[in-house]
Design a protein around this ligand. Structure first.
Ligand SMILES: [Zn+2]
Length: 244
């Protein structure tokens, strides 16, 4: 996925007084690195501190804005699946399960999204005493697009994105009682990314998050609550060159 990032070498090596923040095109890979080549000939790595489900959510929204409704729906769907995984990892961590044991157990369900959903569903019930109110439309739309090749409209993708976004928000809200473990899981991800940077390569860690922009004043006014706000933020990011 293409993203916009600063050059790590310019940022790390330059005299802080003379450093001018500029962004370049980079490619985000599966480890969470953005490989960037700046106009001074530096090749460096930006460690992208963003959860996988957040990256996929932005990718799906970009596809939607570019008019690719089917691609948007299937990517929104994988974003939700990765959000279930994040929830499971945080809750297990909060119950004292070591990350290594979580990884070992995850391998058994890694290829089956229905099993992952089952694990999420009952863990969420155990944590809150009530199941999450699930809208069946998410599964039916996903299956008709992914399995039956339905040609989706922009309206379908907008509706689907809205349902997925709302569920992700509910999952994030559910994790509000596990703040410490959310932070620990994020830190664990970034640490393992940092450890894999090849020796001698400059890197910086960049926290990537979405913002809500006031359409009147064009100012950042907080974090998006609704899908409409999120969508508007991504669109604005593209117009201003912050999002590839
Ligand atoms: Zn540079």
């Amino acid at each position: 996925m293409r993203v916009k990032v600063p050059c790590a070498t310019c940022a790390n090596v330059a005299d802080p007084k003379k450093y001018q923040f500029r962004i370049f095109d980079g490619e985000l890979d599966d480890v969470g690195y953005v490989h960037v080549a700046c106009d001074k000939g530096h090749k460096s790595i930006v460690v992208y501190d963003s959860r996988r489900y957040e990256v996929l959510l932005e990718s799906a929204t970009s596809a939607l804005l570019a008019g690719y409704a089917n691609e948007a729906i299937s990517t929104f769907s994988t974003a939700l699946e990765r959000c279930y995984e994040f929830y499971i990892r945080v809750v297990l961590r909060s119950r004292g399960i070591a990350p290594g044991e979580i990884d070992k157990s995850w391998k058994e369900v890694a290829a089956q999204s229905e099993r992952q959903f089952g694990a999420f569903h009952f863990l969420r019930l155990l944590e809150h005493g009530k199941p999450l109110n699930l809208n069946a439309k998410i599964a039916t739309t996903r299956n008709s697009v992914v399995h039956r090749g339905k040609i989706a409209t922009t309206e379908d993708a907008l509706e689907f994105g809205g349902l997925v976004y709302a569920r992700i928000k509910e999952i994030e809200d559910s994790l509000s009682k596990n703040k410490k473990d959310v932070e620990a899981e994020q830190k664990h991800e970034v640490e393992s990314q940092k450890q894999q940077v090849p020796e001698g390569v400059e890197y910086v860690v960049m926290n990537a998050f979405s913002v809500k922009v006031d359409p009147e004043t064009d100012e950042v006014v907080g974090l998006p609550d609704t899908f409409q706000e999120y969508l508007a933020g991504v669109q604005r990011g593209k117009e201003t060159g912050w999002i590839a």
